[in-house]
Design a protein around this ligand. Structure first.
Ligand code: NDP
Length: 329
């Protein structure tokens, strides 16, 4: 069977990160994060490893750490991979930002995955919350110092940030003893993140791009404004390179040195999404896709916008906090 060779990117700490990651966030419903039935996700991750995926993106809040870890362990037991051949990224949830909570969360993550260490531990948000989801003033610098301890204890090889704005990244860079190697943010044709990507690159930080398909796919069960699979810019590039519009967009991220994190649970689309390393877009083609930019975010937790460390611009009508309305009902 065809195994794709994924290129590796060198990080600040001289370690390497595979240039594409499989997303494993399955969405939320009233009961919290959706988990897969009958080990569907575990089986998808196992298939992904057979196809050549070597990087998996999970988070404590996704409730998928256990299945991702199980798949990795099973493939190690099968002799398909060694532990050092795979790169596991996971994230600290906002309710565990206090110094002593970070170690607790880290150990819980390792327990769930059944692994001795993870490769990359990201602070999911700069925002600290209490257990009841009320706002906490815990500074992300306190949390960062605690994640640095996780490296020293060998629980994670590398540490990084997610959903931090430029000023917040700069603050961490100024105060840290271990630099963040990665910054995970929303990147797709409608939010091209030119400024933050340039800044991160200049600092040697690798950008990981989440929700890479943007408006190409339905979100929240809806068609949203923006380019679709039949967009003429994308279909003409797809025709030229004998690829699909989805592959063109993923390659657009790769050519901008962003690590895309496409999520799929379909075996067919698993192969499609990783089969992007045998062509390259030209500068003017990248530029053409950049023109879709409208700075549209799909991950916009405006219910946290009064938090002192909220990273995004405020909106006039914040949506109700799903975490808290759930607890009240
Ligand atoms: P994606 O852009 O990956 O879109 C996923 C959707 O696209 C699914 O509905 C999937 O359906 C569909 N899809 C996948 N491949 C194809 C294809 N080739 N053609 C057509 N449709 C396709 O968005 P996500 O928001 O899921 O983001 C990806 C990952 O990024 C997450 O899983 C998570 O790991 C990470 N993330 C991180 C965040 C953070 O705060 N740090 C926030 C949001 C996401 P199907 O499964 O049926 O193929």
């Amino acid at each position: 069977s065809a195994t794709i060779d994924v290129p590796m990117l060198k990080m600040l700490n001289d370690r390497e990160m595979p240039a594409i990651a499989l997303g494993t966030y399955l969405g939320f419903d009233k009961g919290g994060a959706v988990t897969s039935k009958d080990k569907q996700l575990r089986n998808v991750v196992m298939q992904a490893i057979d196809l050549g995926y070597r990087h998996f993106d999970t988070a404590a809040i996704y409730n998928t750490e256990a299945e991702v870890g199980e798949a990795i362990r099973m493939k190690i037991d099968e002799g398909v991979i060694k532990r050092e051949d795979v790169f596991l990224t996971t994230k600290l949830w906002n309710t565990h930002h206090k110094r002593e909570q970070v170690a607790v969360a880290m150990k819980e993550t390792l327990n769930k995955t059944g692994l001795d260490y993870v490769d990359l531990f990201l602070m999911h948000w700069p925002i600290a919350l209490n257990e009841d989801y009320s706002h906490s003033n815990t500074d992300y610098l306190e949390t960062w110092r605690a994640t640095e301890e996780m490296v020293k204890l060998g629980y994670t090889k590398s540490i990084g940030l997610s959903n931090f704005n430029k000023l917040q990244v700069a603050t961490v860079l100024q105060e840290c003893t271990i630099k963040p190697v990665a910054l995970q943010i929303e990147v797709h044709p409608q939010i091209i993140q030119e400024d933050l990507i340039t800044y991160a690159k200049d600092e040697g930080i690798i950008v990981m791009g989440y929700s890479p398909f943007g408006s190409l796919v339905k979100r929240f069960g809806m068609d949203l404004p923006g380019p679709k699979m039949d967009d003429p810019v994308l279909t003409s590039l797809a025709k030229k390179y004998e690829k699909t519009p989805a592959q063109i967009v993923l390659r657009w991220l790769v050519d901008r040195k962003v690590v895309p994190i496409p999520k799929t649970v379909s075996p067919k689309r698993l192969l499609e999404n990783i089969n992007i390393f045998d062509f390259k877009l030209k500068e003017e083609e990248i530029e053409k896709i950049n023109q879709f930019n409208s700075n549209t975010r799909y991950t916009l937790p405006s219910f946290w916008q009064k938090h002192p460390f909220y990273p995004f611009d405020m909106v006039p009508n914040p949506i109700p906090d799903p975490f808290r309305s759930e607890m009240k009902s």
